[in-house]
Design a protein around this ligand. Structure first.
Ligand SMILES: C[S@@+](CC[C@H](N)C(=O)[O-])C[C@H]1O[C@@H](n2cnc3c(N)ncnc32)[C@H](O)[C@@H]1O
Length: 332
């Protein structure tokens, strides 16, 4: 948790040094299971170390660091989760987000300078993910949880006919929600094989195997089909260079019937609140580093849509996910 230091507490980079060290300490706490071990009540340092199967001195020093950042209270006689820690970090809820982002920031950002210097992504994010099945599972889990939260609002905006294609739809939650709401809808979800394995389990659990087809492969080269009423492109264009998006949107246009709609879900380039704005900029840097993408502005996305043959896009800011919007455009 931020220490809210003042100007007399050292140079600005010192504040960030502490914040970064605090986030790394939280990541260690999550990976070692500190917050789960304390979920049922306080433990002495010895008992905490035993519960983690960890070294008592190392456990005590980590616990002290977590106390200084406000994640734990107490001391060697008994460390406890704070109320906020219990709410956000114990269990499998929001902690998935921190488990994912801490690996991204502390491992994949190693070559950030190289990306900035060369203008080319120093890592291939999806190849990097494929080598880390746990991180991939968390990534899809995080997206899937977010999709659950926004799905009702998304379903109220997405125009639906008889056939829908979800490009990069991995976890399949949007296809499931829309097929549940529209009994005559059939959906196809395209994604890389590892991501679709997550979607396959969700589709089976939802009992929708007959109405949702899963198409594994590369959406840049697969035959996407034709005559769809709707194509979803959720959180996809920000993970790609502009030129690749222009080509993909033309492929999407070919897959739609005349009058069909493409719906993009994207982060706003400059959200109104400070935290979302800072996140959009850091996220953009991360996308550039791992995928050659970035958070694109509405004008640039509108330009790609126009050159792919779509009409004027309509933007729907999401109240269930502030800082993100749906962009709907019809094929002329
Ligand atoms: C940021 S995720 C978005 C997932 C989902 N659409 C959502 O909004 O929750 C991007 C998805 O695109 C998939 N993807 C990336 N490159 C791909 C490619 N070349 N072909 C197929 N799928 C790809 C990833 O596996 C991932 O599931």
């Amino acid at each position: 948790m931020p220490l809210h230091l003042g100007p007399d507490d050292g140079p600005p980079s010192m504040h960030d040094l502490l914040a970064t060290a605090g986030y790394r300490a939280v990541a260690a706490g999550l990976r070692l299971g500190v917050f789960d071990a304390l979920a049922d009540g306080p433990l002495s340092v010895g008992d905490l170390a035993a519960a983690l199967g960890a070294d008592p001195r190392g456990t005590g020093l980590l616990a002290e660091a977590l106390v200084s950042f406000g994640y734990l209270t107490g001391g060697p006689g008994g460390y406890a989760n704070t109320e906020e820690t219990t709410k956000w970090l114990a269990g499998d809820g929001y902690s998935t987000v921190d488990k994912f982002w801490s690996v991204v920031l502390f491992e994949s950002w190693e070559g950030l300078e190289e990306s900035v210097r060369t203008g080319k992504p120093a890592i291939d994010f999806y190849a990097w993910l494929a080598e880390r099945p746990d991180v991939l599972r968390r990534f899809q889990g995080m997206l899937s949880g977010h999709a659950d939260a926004i799905a009702p609002e998304v379903a109220s905006v997405v125009p639906v006919g008889a056939r829908l294609l979800d490009v990069g739809g991995g976890h399949a939650k949007h296809a499931i929600r829309l097929c549940t709401a529209h009994p005559s809808l059939h959906a196809t979800v395209v994604d890389l094989p590892d991501a679709l394995a997550v979607g396959a389990a969700a589709v089976t659990d939802a009992g929708l195997c007959r109405r949702i087809s899963l198409l594994p492969g590369d959406y840049d080269t697969l035959d996407l089909g034709e005559d769809y009423d709707t194509v979803l492109l959720f959180n996809v264009v920000h993970g790609r260079p502009a030129a690749a998006n222009e080509v993909l949107l033309k492929r999407v246009a070919s897959a739609l019937r005349p009058g069909g709609a493409v719906v993009l879900l994207e982060h706003d380039e400059h959200p109104a609140d400070r935290a979302s704005d800072a996140f959009a900029r850091v996220f953009s840097l991360n996308l550039f580093h791992g995928q050659g993408g970035q958070v694109y502005g509405a004008a640039e996305i509108g330009g790609w849509l126009a050159s792919a043959g779509f009409g004027e896009p309509v933007t729907h800011p999401l109240t269930t996910s502030p800082g993100q919007s749906l962009v709907v455009a019809r094929k002329a």
